[in-house]
Structure formats: structure tokens, C-alpha cells
Design a protein around this ligand. Structure first.
Ligand SMILES: [Zn+2]
Length: 279
């Protein structure tokens, strides 16, 4: 799944190539692509694109008073549509521009969870689907993170992935941030306090900056295997910091990857709370 660095760099690329171009038409290709009824997309027709912004893992295509909020979910992409074919593979929706170009939202697989919300630009952060999001992971400060930890007492890995607690981080960065912070992914955020928040904040900023720097060198969004990192999907490989073998705890929809020496005092993690029910 694209996370904050991938979505941010993509927003910058889209702004660079499409800002100033007016929207001609928005065409949903599947029934589920457009998640809203009011305002209608035609409110934005004829209006130039101001820019493409980002909130959490959402792209915000701003056409004056109207914003299209796009969530790529797991396998979604919003790409320049060279062919503009009638039935594009995985096609969800299309933005047609006045100069003849188009952007196509596609989603790989059959989940059909990617989507577009058409909302009023004014107050857009306080309306669905953005209203539930926590502070941005790249700009939150230590004091706010300390408060969020107390408000959302849970495992650190789960906290980082929970968009209500903090926005923009996913499965991959959660692993990398815990490793950089030298904290167990199972550490309880309710007990981390201000010192823990400082460590997580520094790790988060570094991991995001590294991802963003890499992503900005690319012509398009990377696939997850290409992204820089030390532990995610590297089970059995040596930790680049200490040489210990990277270990994992696998769940049905994600994998916790960590280095025992760097993060758990050598302890091997087993999930006593859920693993026996999932198997
Ligand atoms: Zn290590």
C-alpha cells in the first residue's frame, strides 16, 4: 500500500503536470468508484486544478471550491491515461481535462476499495472521509504525540497503522519506524511517555524523509519491494545495524518485522493474544 512518502511524492508529480488544466468531466467507471452524491462532480467542470495535496494517505485534487478526495487503498493507482480506452483494465474512474489529457484511477485485484469522494474544498478536512484522521505523521510534534500515546493505549505497531491515532503510516513504515526507534513493535503506547514519543518521532521523521527522498527521484510510485528499509519483508536477513537475523510475527493481513537484538533485548516475540485464534 502506498504510504505517506509515496502519496506525497505522487501528489507533487500530479501538481507539476496537471495544475492549471481545467476539468472537463469526471467519469465513474464502476458503480462503487464515486462515494458521494453532493456536490455533484460537475460543480468542478471548467475549473482549473489548483494543486494536488495530501491528507494522510489520501490525494486531494483541488478545483477551486470543489475537491476530489482519492484513496488508492491497497492496489490503486492514479496515472496519466494515455490510451483512454473504453474499458480500461482495473479502471475505477477517469478525470478528463480540457486539453485532452486524462487521469485514470485503477485498482488491481477484485477488492474494489479504492474510491473518490467529491467534497466542498471549504471544510473538507472536517467532512468524510478525512474527518476521522489523526495528526499528520510528518508534522506532529513530540508533545502532541505524547498525548496521542496516552489517548490510544495499544501496541506501538498498531498505533502507527491506526489512521485515527496518526495519519499517513502503513504496514511497511510501522516496521521501519519501530526498528529505527529501537522499540518493540509490541511496546504499549500507554507506557511510552514523553521519552518514547521523542524516540518514535525522530524515527518517524527519518523514515519518512528517506522514503520521500527516494520517491521523489522516481517518475512514478514505487512498488513496495523497491522502497528503502531495514526490516520490512526481510525476515531471515541480517539487521543492517547489528547483524542479528530479522524476525517476524505474521498476521492474516500484515506482518510485524523486527530485530530482536535492536528492539526486544533479544526476546523473540510470539503473539499470545491472537495468534492461536487466527491459525
Ligand atoms: Zn539489529
Amino acid at each position: 500500500m502506498p504510504e505517506l512518502p509515496e502519496v506525497q511524492a505522487h501528489a507533487e508529480r500530479l501538481t507539476e503536470s496537471f495544475a492549471g488544466d481545467a476539468l472537463k468531466r469526471f467519469v465513474p467507471i464502476t458503480f462503487t468508484a464515486l462515494k458521494t452524491a453532493v456536490p455533484a462532480p460537475d460543480a468542478a467542470y471548467g475549473t482549473p486544478l489548483d494543486d494536488v495535496g495530501r491528507r494522510g494517505k489520501y490525494l486531494l485534487l483541488e478545483f477551486g471550491p470543489t475537491t476530489f478526495v482519492v484513496h488508492l487503498m491497497q492496489g490503486g493507482r492514479l496515472l496519466v491515461d494515455e490510451k483512454q480506452s473504453a474499458k480500461p483494465r482495473g479502471g475505477q474512474a477517469r478525470f478528463l481535462f480540457a486539453d485532452g489529457r486524462a487521469l485514470l484511477l485503477t485498482e488491481a485485484g477484485t477488492e474494489r476499495r479504492a474510491g473518490v469522494w467529491c467534497v466542498q474544498t471549504e471544510g473538507r478536512l472536517d467532512a468524510p472521509p478525512l474527518d476521522h484522521l489523526g495528526p499528520e505523521a510528518d508534522t506532529i510534534d513530540a508533545a502532541t504525540l505524547t498525548v496521542r500515546f496516552a489517548e490510544f493505549p495499544m501496541r506501538l505497531h498498531g498505533f502507527l497503522r491506526d489512521q485515527r491515532a496518526i495519519a499517513g503510516i502503513g504496514r511497511r513504515l510501522a516496521n521501519e519506524i519501530c526498528h529505527r526507534a529501537r522499540l518493540s513493535p509490541f511496546a504499549n503506547t500507554g507506557k511510552l511517555g514523553a521519552e518514547g514519543a521523542e524516540a518514535v518521532l525522530a524515527a518517524m521523521r527519518d523514515a519518512i524523509a528517506e522514503g520521500l527522498a527516494y520517491e521523489r527521484t522516481r517518475p512514478d510510485m514505487s512498488s513496495s519491494a523497491d522502497r528503502p528499509g531495514s526490516v520490512h519483508k526481510r525476515t531471515g536477513e541480517p539487521c543492517p545495524v547489528c547483524g542479528d537475523a530479522i524476525r517476524e510475527v505474521a498476521y492474516s493481513s500484515y506482518t510485524v518485522s523486527y530485530c530482536p537484538t535492536c528492539q526486544t533485548g533479544g526476546k523473540v516475540l510470539a503473539d499470545n493474544t491472537t495468534s492461536k485464534f487466527l491459525k
